[in-house]
Design a protein. Structure first.
Length: 166
């Protein structure tokens, strides 16, 4: 619960700095960043300070990856649309960045496990335990779970909270 509270406190502090009576604040964007911050902390033990650092490479990669999935879902011929190639290349790079981030996070956690450190009982820990229980699951499967959880979890949570605000 402390992760939720710390993110809520950061969000309130951030909103207080913008509350001058003149500045318009898109609450959907603020809640979307808060949702991603909570997912990072609670699910994967990552502290990336998304509330204060608005436009990070990580947040951009999550957003761009979702838009890539969205585009592929609605445009069945997107692969053959040459005008989409620059966008598609950006999406591929975003997913590669998320996968590399996931690889680093998993490696850090596995090293902590080897050292016998106290570890949180989070989604990352469950992904690693699942891989240990089923050796045919490799790092690529773990990275698939990592990326999918961020993209789906972030968009679902932020959309729901945004809907509550409207």
């Amino acid at each position: 619960m402390s992760s939720f509270n710390s993110t809520a406190d950061l969000l309130l502090d951030q909103l207080a700095t913008m509350a001058d009576g003149k500045t318009e604040v898109c609450m959907f964007d603020e809640f979307a960043r808060a949702a991603l911050d909570v997912i990072c902390k609670v699910a994967f033990g990552m502290d990336v300070d998304i509330i204060n650092e608005k436009d990070t490479k990580f947040t951009e990669a999550v957003s761009l990856s979702f838009h890539g999935v969205e585009e592929a879902s609605f445009d069945l011929f997107h692969k053959w649309n040459v005008f989409q190639y620059p966008f598609q290349r950006r999406v591929v790079k975003a997913v590669q960045f998320l996968r590399e981030t996931g690889r680093k996070v998993i490696e850090v956690r596995k090293n902590a496990m080897k050292r016998g450190e106290q570890l949180p009982d989070d989604i990352l820990q469950r992904i690693i335990q699942q891989q240990e229980a089923e050796p045919n699951l490799g790092i690529e499967d773990m990275l698939d779970d990592f990326v999918t959880f961020f993209i789906a979890g972030h968009e679902t949570t932020s959309s729901f909270v945004g809907l509550l605000c409207s």
